[in-house]
Design a protein around this ligand. Sequence first.
Ligand SMILES: *[C@@H]1O[C@H](CO)[C@@H](O)[C@H](O)[C@H]1NC(C)=O
Ligand SMILES: *[C@@H]1O[C@H](CO)[C@@H](O)[C@H](O)[C@H]1NC(C)=O
Ligand SMILES: *[C@@H]1O[C@H](CO)[C@@H](O)[C@H](O)[C@H]1NC(C)=O
Ligand SMILES: *[C@@H]1O[C@H](CO)[C@@H](O)[C@H](O)[C@H]1NC(C)=O
Length: 451
Amino acid sequence: GVISLFQLQGLVSISLKKVELSVGESKFFTCTAIGEPVSLEWYNPQGERMVPSSRVALHNEGVRSRLTLYNANVEDAGIYRCQATDAQGQTQEATVVLEIYQKLTFRDVPSPQEFRQGDVAEVVCDVTSSPVPVVAWYYNNIEITEDTEKFQLLPNNNLQVQRVTKADEGIYRCEARVEARGEIDFRDIILVVNVPPVLSVPQLSFNATADYGESVTFTCRAYGSPEPDVTWHRKGVELQESEQYVMRARGTTLTIRNIKQDDGGSYTCKASNKAGEMQQEIFLKVFVQPHITKLRNVTAVEGSAAMISCKAEGEPLPEISWRRASDGHSFSDGDKSPDGRVEVRGRHGESMLTIVGVGLSDWGRFDCEALSRIGGHQKSMFLDIEYAPKFQTNHTIFFSWEGNPVNISCDVMSNPPATMLWRREKLTIPTEGTANMRVHNAPGRSLLEVC
Ligand SMILES: *[C@@H]1O[C@H](CO)[C@@H](O)[C@H](O)[C@H]1NC(C)=O
Ligand SMILES: *[C@@H]1O[C@H](CO)[C@@H](O)[C@H](O)[C@H]1NC(C)=O
Ligand SMILES: *[C@@H]1O[C@H](CO)[C@@H](O)[C@H](O)[C@H]1NC(C)=O
Ligand SMILES: *[C@@H]1O[C@H](CO)[C@@H](O)[C@H](O)[C@H]1NC(C)=O
């Protein structure tokens, strides 16, 4: 008969009895049976029969079976059995104990690690191993042995630094040990402390006068770490270097050249770095010399109301006043002449001089003056009065005799000049004259020469 070799002890053996494997490693185990086994099967720690998969390979060759485990992970740990079965169905087995350990692995230890000044900094050292590692921290080669007001060793192995300052910058070493294996490794982490910008602005408001080619220079000093960038803004738009805007000293000064009225207003300097930003407003007041922009000659009909307007610009807005050249009398806003005929009203850089019932005496020059704290401007206008013709003489009887030519005069005042016509018994005498009459016209006077 057939001799069952399995009746004897120790007829199945595995090449290794106890194996330590680090995560990610691969290893194979050979199971050898003496005799003629019908089958050689492998069982995993969960007691399931093993079949080939992406990480498991099985290779049977006669009395040998080879199990290969690729890319081991922690869950692979346990007792693996190799079972031999003979023709009678008798089984025999051998085992191997697989221990999986994880080597020290620094998973996330960035360097440099940056923090904001004043914040609580958690310096990250994410290291794992199995068994779990013991982590020690060193700063400037000195071990941080216990929690202090400054440093706390956190349960997750990170190091907490209270209210970090520039003085805490440097190299921090995170060292991890696995006592059981004598395994040790470390990472050096550079700690960087960023300081948000602080601005120092010596002067917050400036004065300038427009149109005199003036320049002003604003200064915004910025401190911080890393060195802040300084930019200038106006009405929400960043100013660019140009003919008008000159930036110096890494943007910490802005010169505005050739100042005009519309350069007035607020400007903002903005300092920023990765830790934050700060901004400051600077105000530019632009003064503008008074300038009379509208003053016209006026013609008024005698007896009507004359309205003379004078408009002026400037910053500050000038006060407007009037001077009547004929008598040197001055009128300013709100003034009224004793007879109530002349009145001045003004608002927003415009003044209106009103004369009611204008007469010939109002004819003449008027001066408008615009005056502000920073200067003045004066312009003149003429008030012309139109009136219907007025006869100047009541000379109605002229004497002459035969053969003695005589000039009959007619003097008339009017504005604009009147045209004069002579009539004799309803018949108009033509201006070019007749056989015995000639017309001599001159401004304001017409002569009829009767021969
Ligand atoms: C600007 O002008 C105003 C008004 O005249 C004055 O009060 C102020 O002191 C001036 N500022 C500077 C910086 O000159
Ligand atoms: C206003 O009138 C004066 C005097 O008649 C004249 O010299 C001047 O040219 C006039 N100005 C305008 C703008 O018409
Ligand atoms: C002419 O006579 C009229 C009526 O008598 C008088 O009202 C007027 O003032 C006189 N004009 C002159 C210029 O003498
Ligand atoms: C009348 O006036 C005209 C123009 O002034 C002059 O030429 C003429 O000699 C005068 N006639 C007489 C008779 O005075």
